[in-house]
Structure formats: C-alpha cells, structure tokens
Write a protein that binds this ligand. Structure first.
Ligand SMILES: Cc1cc2nc3c(=O)[nH]c(=O)nc-3n(C[C@H](O)[C@H](O)[C@H](O)COP(=O)(O)O)c2cc1C
Length: 365
C-alpha cells in the first residue's frame, strides 16, 4: 500500500490517509450573520465523501471586528454553533477528521467590519494602522479561546489557529511589522507570546484530547526564525503544524531544480527541523499524484495539504489514492479572491454540467 493511504495519529485521533483539505474561504455564501448555511455542510461533505482524511474548514472569524469580509463565517456567537454542527456531522459521516480554522484579520480587517489594528501603528499596504492596547490583545486572545469552546460544542475534532498569510497572529510574530516594546514585541519569545497564549488557553479550556493546530509560515523572515516560532508553538502544546506563506522571507537561497515550489520547500525544511515531535504538512501547487507520492514516500512531509485540487474536484483524494480519473484544476487562479468563488472555476463548471445539483456552482446574486 502506498504511504499516502496509511493512517496518521494526531493527538488522540487517527486520520485515515495523508490528504488534507486546506482552508478556503467562501465569501458571499452567507450574510453578515456569519452563520454557516446548509450549502457549507454539503461543500465539506463532498470532500469528506471524496476520501479526504482531514478537513480544515475555512478561516472563521473569532470576532465581528476582525473579519476579512462582511460575509465571512464566524464563531463569535453561540447562534453560529448550529451551522457548524451540520458541517462536522456531514464530515464525520464519511470518516473524515474535521478542524475549523480560527482567524482574525488584524491589519487586514475589512473597513466595513472594524479598524485596521494590529501589534503596532505602522504603514501597512499604504494605509495607517492602529496599535492594539494590552487590554485589546487580551480581549482578542480570549475571543480565540471562546471560539474554540464553541467549535468543540459544534463537534469539531479540534481547531487550527490561522497564524500565517499576514493575518493577526502572523503580524505578531513578524519582526517586520511588530514594533512593540512590551512583552508582546521584541525577541521571538515575546513575538510568539500572543499565539502561545491562545494555544495554551484553548488547550486548558478544551482538554487534552482536542486537536490544536497552527498554520504557520515556513520562512518568517528566515527559515531559522520560522523554526523558532514553530518550536514555541510546539512547546505551548500544538498537535499538528501546517506550513504555508507569511509576511515575507528575506533573501533565501533555494536549491535549484526542485520538483516543487519554494513554499513546499519551506515546509519540508520545517518538517525536517521538527523531526517527528508533531506531524507537519506542506501546501502549494501540489496537483499531481506523482508529486504527492514523492513528498510522502520520501518522508519530506507527513500530510499533503491541498486547496485548489480539492476545489476543482472533491474526489481528488480518491483520484490520488486509487489512481482513478478526476477533474483537474486548471491553475487559472480564478478562485483567488473571486467574490463568488468557486462557481467561476472552470473545473466546477465542468462538474456542474454533469451534475446540475453541484453545490459549488450555485451563483450568488
Ligand atoms: C479560494 C481560496 C480561499 C482560501 N482561503 C484560505 C483560508 O481561509 N485560510 C487559509 O489559511 N488559506 C486560504 N487559502 C490558501 C490555501 O489554503 C492554500 O494555502 C493555497 O491555495 C495554496 O494551495 P494550493 O496550491 O493547493 O491551492 C485560500 C486559497 C484559495 C484559492
């Protein structure tokens, strides 16, 4: 049997294979209530039924003030639990383990949702930001913990903190945009304090069997600094790391001729550094079964995280594992920031033609 089809233990849960659905936000599927309507449950159920071992439900905001878009999913209110329960039940029916990604935009908060606030008052993407006070930091930390408690009530196997892609937790760890001089800025221990306090608080509130994961940058700004950040998260109690991009690496010499992207390479280096303390996942431009098998068989990663291949075809995992045909992602990037993602995805259009009920296709007016 190929290693991609072997189980992996994360905390006390067994994921049945090494393929995970990366978090992918769907703006405009719901309204400003942030409640997951039934369409979300069907969307995630399709990926679970399609053989995906672990599903990480999209960036879900812990506070209405930190949303990326007015219609982002939320877990800041008890009223939002029921919609998430439908997602977890739908995924569990097919044997998938399911986490939800907890998010706060920080500097990237949508102007209709709240001020652009983060660790420091800086110029960020040509706009002035505001510095969070100590009390505001504690309030947001507690919002992450409260959202995790709601996630547990909704039946999730765990949560993932969104600590990469330049959002709030990533802003704290980045020496480029965190200029604080208190205990949340300065050396690595201080810059990781916010993320670590969230991890520790969730662990304490949700118990030892609840998976706590972090999605963390592979180079921030150097590989070594990213490893130190990962070490701090492991020390604080994370069970699983997914490695992706961050605010930005400094000049790094990539080896030439790699069969995968530099973001995957960062992940393989972090995997090597972590050396089995917790499972590690890589992501970015992984579409072909040959590359999946290369990365897994050569022990360059523990799991393969895929967004676009699994948006294009919810049964991509079965395709990879069983060698059966699947609808291929065209790599056109239409899905990136498309307001009505993913019905404009050419692969979704193909699926819709053979299945008019295809939930991904529904056009939002
Ligand atoms: C439509 C879309 C939405 C995304 N939303 C999220 C998100 O909610 N959280 C996150 O961490 N990354 C998000 N990403 C990034 C993906 O999880 C992934 O890291 C990226 O697409 C690279 O993987 P891929 O090459 O398999 O698509 C999103 C990507 C896409 C295309």
């Amino acid at each position: 049997m190929k290693k991609v089809n072997t189980p992996l233990k994360i905390n006390s849960k067994i994921i049945k294979n090494r393929i995970t659905f990366a978090p992918t936000v769907k703006f405009d599927w719901t309204d400003t209530s942030g409640i997951a309507i039934d369409r979300f449950a069907k969307h995630y159920e399709d990926r679970a039924e399609g053989g995906t071992g672990l599903i990480v439900v999209e960036a879900t905001c812990v506070s209405p003030d930190g949303r990326l878009a007015p219609s982002q999913l939320g877990l800041w209110d008890d009223k939002q639990i029921e919609g998430h329960r439908k997602i977890t039940e739908a995924c569990h029916k097919h044997g998938a383990i399911v986490l939800v990604q907890l998010h706060h935009g920080g500097y990237n908060t949508h102007p209709e949702c709240g001020p652009s606030k983060g660790p420091s008052s800086i110029i960020w993407r040509e706009k002035q930001t505001l510095e969070l006070s100590h009390d505001e930091i504690i309030k947001i930390r507690n919002q992450f913990i409260d959202a995790a408690i709601r996630a547990k009530k909704a039946g999730y196997d765990g949560v993932q903190i969104h600590a990469c892609h330049s959002y709030l937790i990533n802003q704290f760890v980045s020496p480029k945009v965190n200029q604080r001089t208190d205990e949340y800025g300065g050396n690595t221990q201080n810059r990781t304090r916010f993320g670590c306090e969230i991890i520790q608080g969730i662990r304490q509130a949700c118990g030892s069997n609840f998976i706590v994961s972090a999605r963390t940058p592979g180079a921030e700004p150097t590989l070594e600094e990213a490893w130190a950040i990962a070490d701090a998260y492991i020390e604080a109690g994370v069970d699983y790391l997914q490695v992706s991009g961050g605010i930005g690496p400094e000049e790094i010499n990539y080896p030439e001729g790699l069969p995968y992207s530099h973001i995957v390479w960062y992940g393989t280096k972090l995997h090597e550094h972590v050396n089995g303390r917790v499972p590690v996942s890589v992501v970015h431009n992984i579409f072909e079964p040959e590359l999946v098998n290369h990365l897994i068989e050569n022990n360059l990663t523990d799991t393969i995280d895929s967004a676009r291949a699994l948006l294009a075809d919810p049964a991509w995992a079965k395709g990879v594992i069983e060698g059966i045909d699947y609808v291929k992602c065209r790599k056109c990037k239409t899905c990136f920031w498309s307001p009505h993602m993913p019905h404009k995805c050419p692969a979704v259009v193909v699926r819709h033609k053979s299945n008019p009920e295809c939930v991904d296709y529904t056009v939002v007016s």
